[in-house]
Write a protein that binds this ligand. Structure first.
Ligand code: NAP
Length: 305
């Protein structure tokens, strides 16, 4: 069987591409490796997606996008994309469950959280070190946690953690926060949130659970040990592009390079969402990328006729 388009990834970019491609009467398969939703599925509140009802959650929003895909006839597969090979008809896609054939592809594999890389981080992951407040905040009721990073994610997640933990310390390497001003005001106004600015974590200590952190002041180089029950790391993301090494062009930070029509360097392969080199990674830009990619897939297939 030949698909018109195989979409790799089922976050907002992949799901939006699915809706547009299926409404364009294409035969569409979305590969949704780890379940639907992408990174937004771990977001507890979506305030800035136009039209989203108050208190929309990431999972709620993506579930509705997936339902729309199903309504228009999109097929879903839980298999993992491994590689593709160009053929005269399009592409043969290798997955962990065998081969698939398609005329075109849209890579919407998103990005994942970066690690700090300090001593103890890897060893204590899941034992007090977390990359997802929505998933783990509940374990820190009444406790003391650190949030690392000064961007939107760190500030939003710190606010979320105030519903559970007793004390949240935002540790940021610069002397001012980077996140949106509205979030900055909320964290500064929240009595449960403290700040350690111009500081980084040098080490996370603990036996079976996080017990303390060694904080380094980057101005004075001074080290201090602070008792801590948990460490939530939000220092940005890295794109999921390992599977495309040697085929699709990437920038210095490993994001896929596309033009404004979402075309990659290989004709017939498009990319959309956070995996792409771009200036703003939001649900609204991901869904927009997905729509543009799908419309260009439709044009590409028409041009082949
Ligand atoms: P980000 O904006 O790249 O912020 C990452 C933060 O981590 C920065 O403050 C950075 O410090 C710090 N950092 C990076 N590497 C570090 C290291 N090794 N050690 C210590 N600190 C480190 O990432 P993000 O907050 O995940 O946001 C990603 C994108 O999603 C952004 O475009 C953001 O606007 C968007 N987003 C939006 C919303 C929303 O609008 N509701 C919510 C979440 C995310 P520096 O400041 O010094 O670089």
């Amino acid at each position: 069987m030949m698909y018109d388009v195989i979409i790799v990834g089922s976050g907002p970019a992949g799901l939006s591409a699915g809706i547009y491609a299926a409404r364009g009467a294409l035969k569409v398969l979305i590969m949704e490796k780890g379940g639907i939703g992408g990174q937004i599925a771990t977001s507890w509140e979506i305030e800035n997606y136009p039209g989203a009802p108050a208190h929309s959650t990431g999972p709620g929003l993506t579930e509705r996008m997936r339902d729309q895909c199903v309504e228009f006839g999109v097929e879903f597969s839980m298999h993992t994309y491994l590689s593709n090979e160009q053929t005269p008809q399009g592409f043969t896609v290798q997955t962990d469950a065998g081969e698939l054939k398609t005329q075109t592809m849209i890579m919407a594999t998103g990005a994942e959280p970066r690690m700090i890389g300090c001593k103890g981080e890897r060893e204590l992951r899941g034992m007090g070190v977390s990359y997802c407040a929505t998933c783990d905040a509940n374990f820190f009721k009444g406790l003391k946690v650190a949030v690392i990073g000064g961007g939107d994610t760190a500030l939003e997640e710190a606010l979320y953690l105030t519903k559970f933990a007793d004390e949240i310390t935002i540790i940021h390497r610069r002397d001012e926060l980077r996140g949106a001003k509205i979030l900055q005001k909320r964290v500064i106004d929240n009595p449960k949130i403290k700040f350690l600015l111009s500081s980084v974590i040098a080490e996370i200590k603990g036996n079976d659970m996080v017990e303390s952190i060694i904080v380094k002041n980057v101005r004075t180089e001074e080290l201090s040990e602070v008792p801590m029950d948990g460490v939530f790391v939000f220092v940005g993301q890295k794109p999921n592009t390992e599977a495309f090494v040697g085929t699709l062009q990437r920038d210095a930070r490993d994001y896929l390079i596309t033009d404004e029509e979402m075309r990659t360097n290989i004709p017939g392969i498009f990319a959309a969402g956070d995996v792409r080199k771009k200036s703003l990674r939001q649900v609204v830009t991901a869904t927009s990328d997905g729509a543009i990619a799908a419309v260009n897939v439709i044009k590409f297939i028409e041009d082949l006729k």
